[in-house]
Write a protein that binds this ligand. Structure first.
Ligand code: OKP
Ligand code: ZN
Length: 342
């Protein structure tokens, strides 16, 4: 298992997250990658490499070009508008708004491109976002070169980032970017399996009308969990992508025994799709002690998760998504990697 890691994730270190009506210290911070890196090294994954640098040609196949320009320039435009704090949108397009075109004002533009508002944008954010994208692309190139397992240990996460939407701590869809790179190298069919506690609404958005990327997500029922407006079972894909999207919402306190059945079903669908490679959007916020989630997985369950995914018998590129609050996140991630290699 090769691990791809860039120190540049540290440039995303927001001071604020709007949570429960207050600006608090964010759940998604540099300490997460540090805990995960320390644990995977301790568990024997010592082949840690920095990513190569890439341009935006692969992200441009998935994300809106105006959105990419927004990500690159938002901080300087926010500062130029006279703001001195982290950037948070105020006004969002909602039901019955006429939002056919992005506003010119940066305050309005933030809302135009946001799918939620807890994700404050800071000076260093874009640099870290680019590094996470480079980790995903480098990991894909290692897979393309014949490695069976690769881990992109990156942050910020990506699975809530849609075609032209940021939020849920995400900006670029690292998992879809990796999947696209594998397709560009010659694979005809790939799959993305999202085991983060939260529905991968961004990944669903960028893959919804495609039949070359099968997307499956296991997550807290959106009736009760962020991102609330996506992730129901009836979302099965659209036009040529119809039948290539599968959601597995689950209730509070879901234990491994129930989770494993959904995972089995998702893996069966991925097999039937004929995927030649898998991108695993790995969030370990399904852990029983996660501070913002409500499943009941235990540290040893992640070994079984990795082993089940390895049962597909295809190359697996693991991309880091969520997992918060407690140092166990590192051991939970390491257990998935150990399970994969068994
Ligand atoms: C990102 B990822 C806590 C409520 C949830 C956003 C959660 C983003 C999760 N303030 N807010 O999928 O782990
Ligand atoms: Zn999550």
């Amino acid at each position: 298992m090769r691990v791809i890691y860039s120190e540049d994730h540290k440039f995303r270190d927001a001071k604020t997250e709007l949570h429960g009506g207050e600006l608090m210290k964010p759940f998604e911070g540099p300490f997460r990658a540090e805990w995960i890196l320390a644990a995977v090294k301790e568990q024997g994954f010592k082949d840690v490499r920095a990513p190569e640098k890439y341009d935006l040609s692969v992200p441009m196949k998935l994300h809106d070009h105006g959105y990419l320009n927004f990500l690159e320039t938002v901080w300087e435009r926010w500062v130029a508008a006279g703001f001195t704090t982290e950037a948070i949108p105020i006004s969002l397009p909602v039901r019955r708004s006429y939002c056919a075109r992005p506003p010119e004002n940066i305050d309005g533009l933030l809302g135009y491109y946001a799918n939620s508002v807890e994700t404050s944008i800071t000076e260093g954010t874009y640099k870290a976002v680019i590094a996470a994208k480079d980790c995903a692309l480098s990991a894909a190139d290692h897979l393309n070169a014949g490695h069976h397992f690769v881990f992109s240990l990156s942050r910020p996460p990506g699975h809530h980032a849609g075609i032209d939407l940021y939020g849920g701590y995400c900006f670029l869809n690292n998992a879809a970017i990796a999947a696209q790179r594998v397709l560009d190298h010659g694979a005809k069919k790939v799959a993305i399996l999202d085991v983060d506690f939260h529905h991968g609404n961004g990944t669903q958005d960028v893959t919804y009308e495609r039949d070359d990327i099968f997307f499956a997500s296991l997550h807290g029922d959106p009736m009760d969990a962020f991102p609330y407006f996506w992730g129901h079972r009836e979302e099965v894909g659209k036009s040529r992508g119809e039948g290539f999207n599968a959601n597995f919402p689950m209730p509070r306190n879901t234990p491994w025994s129930v989770y494993a059945e959904a995972l089995e079903a998702a893996l069966k669908r991925i097999s039937e799709h004929g995927a030649e490679a898998l991108v695993l959007s790995l969030g370990v916020d399904t852990f029983e002690k996660d501070p913002i989630s409500f499943f009941s997985l235990k540290t040893e369950d992640y070994l079984k998760m990795g082993a089940m995914v390895a049962g597909l018998g295809i190359p697996v590129l693991v991309v880091m998504e969520g997992g918060y609050g407690v140092p166990e996140i590192g051991y939970n991630v390491a257990n998935v990697l150990i399970g994969l290699e068994q």
